[in-house]
Design a protein around this ligand. Structure first.
Ligand code: PEP
Length: 253
């Protein structure tokens, strides 16, 4: 059975001390919360917070993610952080191909494919993001855009590696805008992505893949989104920075 996941993306927010407090608050809640085996909570922190967060949470109950990794293995790449460095801290996941990285940092499909490869080689599970811009949706190109992003990212990914991958559908127009996709709009794309995975791999892979929705998920809308048959949880930005809001979203899965 595929996993249900709530993953927080803290983006470039909080200083280490504040992140530590947030991680501790979530950890205190998770200690008392009966979480079924098929449900997972992840916090995606800045690089500078990873080590602290791995150390303050019970990593059987809260898993830690980075928000990026280098497409290169090691060497003369000033300012970069490799997948092996991240894994070495005890971090299990990393977000790859977030729309903010595509938009501001030149993460092309080719770069994203190279980053995925680094994740698999180094034992990090990628949360691979895809999503269309507003103008692409308005032009009716959303299915085409998602298909192209996923086909390009996964071109060289074996079935064995693919099964370690979480997909996140994040319409760019819904990220940080307060404009959530309706559960029906999100479900339509999630079902499409599952169909595409069946074509690229097989039906078992499609059924086993966790597909998260991201884009202004909050305590009020999470339950309706997660009730859709192909929405297996959320990638949550703004609402993951407040312990109480994130806890409500965790309860919604
Ligand atoms: C995100 O950063 O992945 C995201 C979905 O942000 P928000 O929840 O703030 O829209």
């Amino acid at each position: 059975m595929r996993k249900k996941i709530v993953a927080g993306n803290w983006k470039m927010n909080t200083l280490v001390g504040q992140g530590k407090v947030l991680a501790e608050e979530l950890n205190a809640f998770m200690k008392t919360y009966e979480m079924p085996d098929n449900k997972t909570v992840i916090i995606g922190t800045p690089f500078t917070h990873l080590s602290t967060c791995v150390n303050v949470v019970d990593t059987n109950r809260i898993h830690v993610a980075a928000q990026n990794c280098s497409q290169f293995e090691k060497g003369a790449y000033t300012g970069e952080v490799s997948a092996s460095m991240i894994r070495d801290l005890g971090v299990e996941y990393t977000i790859i191909g977030h729309s903010e990285r595509r938009q501001y940092f030149g993460d092309t499909d080719e770069v994203i494919a190279a980053k995925l490869d680094q994740c698999y080689v180094n034992g990090l599970a990628p949360i691979l993001c895809c999503g269309e811009k507003l103008e692409e949706r308005e032009a009716g190109r959303h299915f085409e855009v998602i298909e192209s992003q996923l086909r390009n990212a996964l071109k060289n990914v074996s079935a064995e590696n693919f099964c370690k991958t979480i997909i996140a559908y994040e319409p760019v127009w819904a990220i940080g805008t307060g404009k959530t996709a309706t559960p029906e709009q999100a479900e339509e794309i999630h079902a499409f992505i599952r169909g595409l995975i069946a074509k690229l791999y097989d039906t078992n892979a499609a059924n086993d893949t966790t597909i998260l929705y991201g884009g202004s998920v909050n305590a009020g809308n999470a339950a309706n989104l997660f009730a859709q048959p192909d929405i297996d949880g959320g990638l949550v930005g703004g609402a993951s920075l407040k312990a109480n809001d994130f806890i409500s979203i965790i309860k919604a899965i």
